[in-house]
Design a protein around this ligand. Structure first.
Ligand code: ADP
Ligand code: ZN
Length: 683
């Protein structure tokens, strides 16, 4: 359908000022426009909303968008209005009178798109409205888009019973609209649930993968005091950028935000805070200040962020360890939705894990009633936490670790895949950017593995290390470790190093550390592999020596090897890649554009102009009560600096500014640019 995609591109250009769809978007849009159901599994920031907003604006009638994030609807509607569309929302934040008005206007065909919460579908009045609209001769409902579609699955984390009503609602309509579902996280099982529970019919499916290439991942181990200094240092250096700092508890939020304020206030940098213990009004004010760029830094618990669409969050720092990789990726993923470089850094130390264990042991786990279920749930939470610990400990690529968690890359098998030799790296995480010294510790590793097998996983790391080293202390005597075979097997190796070997064996899956009060070390999923290979290697050696050909014919011939990595560079700060600042991006983009035909050039004063354009954007935003990002994205302001448009035509050629915005305030930007250039020329 070439005609349909042309119309879609025209819509994209007119309202958003973008020339092309991103990967995956085109397929989704094309399917929907040709009347086919669609399922999009795309990470945050991939641009899911465009997939249904473009068809909504291109098709006649009213598109319904079902979303659980009531707090986001207002922002989405404001952003669409700013782009020149006719959007609306219907939710409990409106008074009954306002709701009446919205429904009345909708019946009159005022709107192209309407956001509703799933609970709304159960309201008989709303059903009657939808039935009338979808009836032959009515305005028509061409499309129903379901956002956060994983909420329909009981296997997912955010199950919403009201999502189960969606398919009934659709069945009750006189004509069936196209149905499109979107989510950022979906395992195989959740994906199947989405199709079945929503009743998607042979949907065109796009799965773009979880990787977010523009995000830098970093992990730093440090004490509590050092964390504060590190954050202060980081924030000072990025005073112009927006960032979120997550803490594990409300108390930690209050404390850290106070400490940061004390240091940063005198420099004119304000610090916000957000947690569930604050009143509604305070929380709303805090959130708005952050979205409107009045407060650049937000210190918050995980209560913050669900309803936030702010695209230009440049960094997310975790001051404490989150409960799982999934939670971490969701929170960290709030950085860099606009696709510009952004950083996600996790600061941690042992007390973070002790705190998490305390939470798990203490939590009565609402909704999980009998003690067996509670136990299973606790076990599961410990397992998730252990994976988080693996993330902190690993010396391999952090991005790979996360993607493997989501089942995206097969962990490579075979003896060569020891911690020391992973040839692939993303080049954009703290481990890939660190020089490690590699040391072969195969013999030590085998001694550890054999000892763990001999003691059948009954001891923790410290006891194992001491016993292997042949220590003679209280603990060794108490547990009679000295009676065991393997006691003192590594008497020439310092206990600290044995502990390192154990850590890295855990990190690469040969061993597993139980979480909780007794952090015993047991077999990991790959234990067998190591032992088989070790055995085969020994058989090979025997066979070679004795000329015996009967053994190990079919055993793998890759000998088990294991190496540990030591950070070569001492300075932790040195290896954390800092967020690229606007000035750096201005330069980089000019260089990149400089290679193309008709490209812009880098101006000496780009950064100065950028600041002025940002200030203008803030003025326009506050006059209209929009967030600055709704006026124009950062990227567009940077392109203004590079391309210096002089008239409406060259203004519209800049990506990210559509016709409505050009009409509304294009002149103000043109004027600002002209004034700035004239001033430069006069000097
Ligand atoms: P998601 O819902 O998947 O998290 P969004 O729909 O919020 O992502 O889009 C993320 C950002 O990417 C937004 O700032 C949006 O304007 C931008 N974007 C989306 N599609 C395009 C495109 N085709 N070209 C340029 N920018 C885009
Ligand atoms: Zn990496």
């Amino acid at each position: 359908m070439p005609g349909a995609i042309d119309a879609a591109l025209e819509t994209l250009k007119r309202y958003w000022g973008y020339e092309t769809f991103r990967p995956g978007q085109d397929r989704m849009v094309q399917a929907i426009l040709s009347g086919r159901d669609a399922l999009g599994v795309m990470p945050t920031g991939a641009g899911k909303s465009i997939c249904y907003q473009v068809p909504a604006l291109a098709l006649p009638g009213l598109t319904l968008v079902i979303s659980p994030l009531v707090s986001l609807m207002g922002d989405q509607v404001r952003a669409l209005k700013a782009a020149g569309a006719r959007p609306s929302y219907l939710n409990s934040s409106l008074t009954p009178a306002q709701q009446n008005t919205v429904l009345k206007r909708a019946s009159e065909g005022w709107y192209q798109i309407m956001y509703v919460a799933p609970e709304r579908l159960e309201d008989p009045r709303f059903l009657a409205f939808a039935q009338a609209t979808a009836a032959p001769g009515g305005l028509g409902i061409p499309l129903i888009a379901v956002d956060e579609a994983h909420c329909v699955s009981q296997w997912g984390q955010d199950f919403r019973p009201s999502y189960l009503q969606i398919s009934q609602f659709i069945d009750a309509l006189p004509t069936r609209p196209v149905l499109a579902a979107f989510t950022a996280t979906a395992t195989e099982r959740v994906r199947a649930d989405i199709v079945a529970m929503l009743g998607l019919r042979d949907p065109e499916t796009t799965i773009t993968g979880f990787d977010r290439a523009n995000l830098y991942f970093g992990v730093e181990e440090m004490g509590e005091k050092a964390k504060v200094r590190w954050i202060l240092d980081y924030v000072r250096e990025h005073a112009e950028e927006s960032g979120i700092i997550y803490c594990a508890t409300r108390k930690a939020v209050d404390q850290l935000s106070q400490e940061l304020s004390f240091e940063l206030m005198p420099q004119g940098i304000s610090v916000g805070r957000y947690h569930a213990g604050m009143g509604d009004a305070d929380r709303r004010e805090s959130q708005e200040a952050f979205i409107d760029d009045r407060v650049p830094i937000m210190v918050a618990t995980n209560a913050f962020g669900m309803g936030i669409d702010k695209p230009n969050v440049r960094y997310v720092i975790h001051n404490n360890v989150p409960e799982s990789i999934e939670a971490y990726y969701q929170e960290a993923g709030r950085a860099g939705r606009d696709g510009d470089p952004a950083s996600c850094i996790l600061l941690w130390n042992g007390s973070d894990f002790r705190l998490r264990c305390y939470f798990i042991d203490r939590d009565p786990e609402e909704g999980v009633f009998d003690s067996e279920q509670r136990d299973a749930s606790r076990q599961n939470r410990y397992r998730l936490l252990a994976q988080m610990e693996g993330y902190c400990q690993t010396t391999g690529c952090l991005r790979e670790y996360i993607l493997r968690y989501f089942g995206e890359t097969e962990p490579r098998r075979g003896g060569a895949d020891s911690a020391g030799e992973r040839p692939h790296g993303c080049g954009n995480c703290s481990n890939c950017l660190t020089d490690f010294e590699v040391e072969d510790v195969t013999a030590e590793a085998l001694a550890v593995l054999r000892f763990v097998r001999a003691v059948r996983g009954r001891f923790g790391k410290a006891a194992l290390a001491e016993a292997l080293h042949g220590a003679n202390n209280e603990r060794v005597r108490q547990y009679r470790l000295d009676q065991l075979e393997g006691y003192g097997a590594l008497k020439d190796v310092p206990t600290g190093k044995i502990r390192d070997v154990i850590d890295q064996l855990v990190g690469s899956g040969y061993l597993e550390q139980a979480q909780g009060k007794f952090a015993t070390i047991g077999f990991g999923p790959r234990m067998r592999e190591a032992m088989d290979q070790a055995a085969a290697a020994r058989c090979d050696a025997v066979a070679a020596g004795a000329g015996d050909s009967s053994s190990a014919e079919n055993a793998p011939r890759i000998p088990f090897t294991f190496a540990i990595k030591k950070r070569a560079a001492k300075s932790a700060a040195g290896r954390t890649r800092r967020v690229a600042k606007a000035v750096d991006l201005l330069r980089e983009e000019a260089v990149a554009a400089g290679t193309g035909p008709g490209a812009g050039v880098s101006h000496e004063d780009d950064a100065e102009l950028y600041d002025r354009l940002r200030a203008l954007r803030t003025r326009i935003a506050s006059e209209r009560q929009w967030a600055p990002y709704m006026v124009l994205p950062d990227k567009t302001l940077r392109a203004f600096c590079r391309l210096r448009p002089r008239d409406r035509e060259s203004l519209l050629a800049v990506p990210g500014i559509g016709e409505k915005k050009a009409d509304d305030f294009g002149d103000l930007f043109l004027q600002e640019i002209a004034d700035f250039e004239a001033r430069g020329a006069g000097q």
